[in-house]
Ligand binder design. Structure first.
Ligand code: IPE
Ligand code: MG
Length: 232
């Protein structure tokens, strides 16, 4: 969800104004993708590197997270959306941690869609955590290093119980991953668009899904292995 700051700057407004507008886009996107039948949606709300932003921006983002959860938990619960946070929440204020816990508990049994919110998340952090856990299991004699395969490794990651993402969308024109789900994106289709996140609306979401439907996913195979004879 990139481009909030530039969106605000274009309007001669503080960056925090862009972040507030970004929450409205987020709400629309969650609603749209839930309606479209997407079962897992992961939003990158705050990266482990975002702490390096000016202190007042960091605190406005933290405040916005608490407020948004307070404001929208009931609505998301009504839509049967399960909300989960991934990332290191221990650096958040007690207030935010409590709110996260409350939102996760409240929506934990919902099955319409899983909404993962990545906050203080980094793909490398995730991989390091999984590695550490496996190393501890090896040290304890619970597993043999030879047993470590894709599945076992992925089980230790934050989204171990979710399928790998089919589609990655980045708004705001930058074409990079910025330490998002590094392991899980191995075969994900990438979609970059120029639209700044506060302007990201239904036409962009429809365009992203339409583009995805044109992609051929080969997972290392050749096109003729994938194509079903007699079909285009
Ligand atoms: C939102 O956009 C990303 C968040 C950390 C919430 P940015 O704040 O990165 O906006 P730009 O890239 O400066 O425009
Ligand atoms: Mg940015």
């Amino acid at each position: 969800m990139d481009g909030n700051g530039r969106w605000a700057k274009k309007r001669l407004m503080p960056r925090s104004y862009g972040h507030r507008k970004g929450v409205d886009s987020t709400r629309l996107a969650v609603e749209f993708f839930a309606r479209a039948g997407i079962k897992h949606l992961t939003l990158f709300a705050f990266s482990s590197e975002n702490w390096n932003r000016p202190a007042e921006e960091v605190s406005s983002l933290m405040e916005l997270l608490v407020q948004s959860l307070r404001q929208y938990t009931a609505e998301l619960h009504e839509k049967r959306i399960r909300i989960r946070f991934i990332g290191d929440r221990s650096s958040f204020s007690a207030d935010l941690q409590q709110q996260i816990q409350h939102t996760e508990n409240e929506t934990g049994a919902n099955r319409n869609m899983v909404l993962n919110i990545a906050a203080n998340y980094g793909g490398r952090w995730d991989i390091l955590n999984a590695s550490r856990r496996l190393a501890q299991q090896v040290q304890a004699g619970a597993i043999d290093p030879a047993d470590i395969d894709d599945r076992l490794f992925a089980d230790g990651l934050s989204l171990g119980d979710c399928p790998d993402p089919d589609l990655f969308i980045r708004t705001g024109g930058e074409q990079r991953v910025s330490n998002f789900l590094l392991w899980q994106l191995a075969y994900t289709e990438f979609y970059f668009c120029e639209t700044l996140w506060p302007d990201f609306a239904e036409p962009d979401m429809t365009a992203a899904l339409a583009e995805y439907s044109k992609r051929q996913r080969r997972y290392g195979k050749t096109a003729s292995q994938i194509e079903i004879p007699g079909q285009c």
